[in-house]
Design a protein around this ligand. Structure first.
Ligand code: XIL
Length: 382
């Protein structure tokens, strides 16, 4: 049985397992490592986005670390339309079925990501000119995929990133061809195809007041139409040097007033300069590489490590303060080396946004996050 104050996990068996794997470095070397999912088990689930190799358990270190640390998973890419639905009427469920089996095996929550999104669309959709074709794709896509995994996964990000920074609807192919009710339609279709699956709206920067107002308008519109929405995901691609803590707190409070779950779904705290000094996380944004934009190729200076650690501490202290309102915190990746922030918005950089380093070793921020909980428990005890 899991015990509330038992954070330590013996990993000697794990070390043996790792030692047996030829391509693994000395990764999880400590004999006792606290577990995020156990530490926060009374508060919220703790998730990670998994890439294809991790889903197939072809990465020995991740195969050990993920079930030890996380009780929720999101596929980083393999349920996106360009991969799962590459051509008209042709679906590729191979890896999606595998992540479902993986999550079931480890009794993890599985969040489907994502049904309707303007990015990572297959070429046949990007080429569409007429509204009828887009509508046919939209309907088939939601019915087929949401239907297939109903009862097998926990939730769907039904619509992802439908908002502009000013809170208006993004000028996507869906808005253009289907009109502004497309979000309600997407949720209505998902509700019908997946009656046993939670349905979420997911976006970046919706902690910011204007964009947050746009998200609230979407949620209220769905509720007024009598269509089910169970939660909202704030992605959480922030910069450690620029944490919008006040906006985050206000968002937790405001979104939860709508009677839905609040989640942080793609957490990573970058430490590199941003070419536009912005927190927008549009995957289509690109900038040129320069050495100035990649200041820490050989390791993170202590001062920056300390800032990252403090940013994670502040964030998790806030999450704990509002734990009744928050259902899940998912990190966008397992370790720094695999983070998409090494390649976006500039290719070839070295970023350090997660709690585990390139060797899968826990960073100072990992221990500080664990401490936010042990400290809050101590405070209550005395
Ligand atoms: C990113 C993946 O991490 C990358 O591997 C991929 O190349 C682009 O997409 N918002 C989202 C995620 O909702 O799906 C994005 O994931 C990051 C931003």
């Amino acid at each position: 049985m899991l015990h509330k104050f038992t954070f330590a996990i013996t990993v000697s068996a794990i070390s043996l397992l790792i030692a047996g794997c030829s391509n693994s470095k000395k990764a999880i070397s400590s004999s006792e490592l606290p577990s995020l999912k156990e530490t926060f088990q009374k508060d919220f689930t703790i998730g990670a986005a998994l890439n294809g190799l991790q889903i197939e358990e072809k990465e020995p270190n991740a195969a050990v670390l993920v079930p030890q640390q996380f009780n929720a998973i999101t596929p980083e890419n393999i349920m996106k339309a360009e991969i799962i639905h590459p051509e008209w009427g042709k679906y590729n469920f191979d890896l999606a079925d595998k992540i479902v089996a993986y999550g079931q095996k480890h009794k993890m929550e599985i969040n489907g990501h994502t049904l309707i999104w303007h990015s990572q669309l297959p070429a046949f959709v990007r080429r569409m000119k007429d509204a009828d074709s887009v509508r046919r794709f939209f309907t088939d896509h939601i019915n087929t995929i949401a239907g297939r995994y109903d009862g097998k996964i926990t939730s769907w990000d039904v619509v992802n990133e439908a908002l502009e920074e000013d809170g208006s609807l993004r000028k996507s192919i869906f808005l253009e061809k289907l009109g502004e009710d497309y979000i309600v339609e997407a949720f209505r279709l998902a509700q019908k195809a997946a009656p046993n699956t939670k349905l979420y709206y997911n976006d970046y920067n919706i902690e910011q007041p204007k964009k947050r107002a746009g998200a609230i308008a979407i949620i209220k519109k769905l509720q007024a139409a009598g269509v089910r929405i169970d939660g909202v995901g704030i992605q959480g691609h922030w910069r450690a040097s620029n944490m919008p803590l006040k906006d985050i707190e206000e968002s937790i409070v405001e979104f939860s007033k709508l009677g839905i779950e609040v989640m942080f779904t793609e957490l990573d705290l970058g430490v590199l300069p941003n070419p536009w000094d912005s927190d927008a996380a549009d995957v289509n944004m690109k900038a040129e590489y320069s050495a100035k934009m990649n200041p820490y190729p050989n390791g993170l200076p202590d001062s920056i490590q300390a800032k990252l650690t403090k940013a994670y501490e502040d964030l998790f202290s806030l999450f704990l303060k509002h734990k009744e309102k928050i259902s899940r915190i998912t990190f966008w990746g397992v370790n720094d080396g695999q983070s998409w922030l090494n390649g976006w918005p500039i290719r070839g950089r070295t970023n350090y946004p997660l709690l585990f380093d390139r060797e899968f070793k826990p960073k100072p921020a990992f221990y500080r996050v664990i401490e936010t909980k042990t400290k809050s428990t101590e405070k209550k005890a005395f």
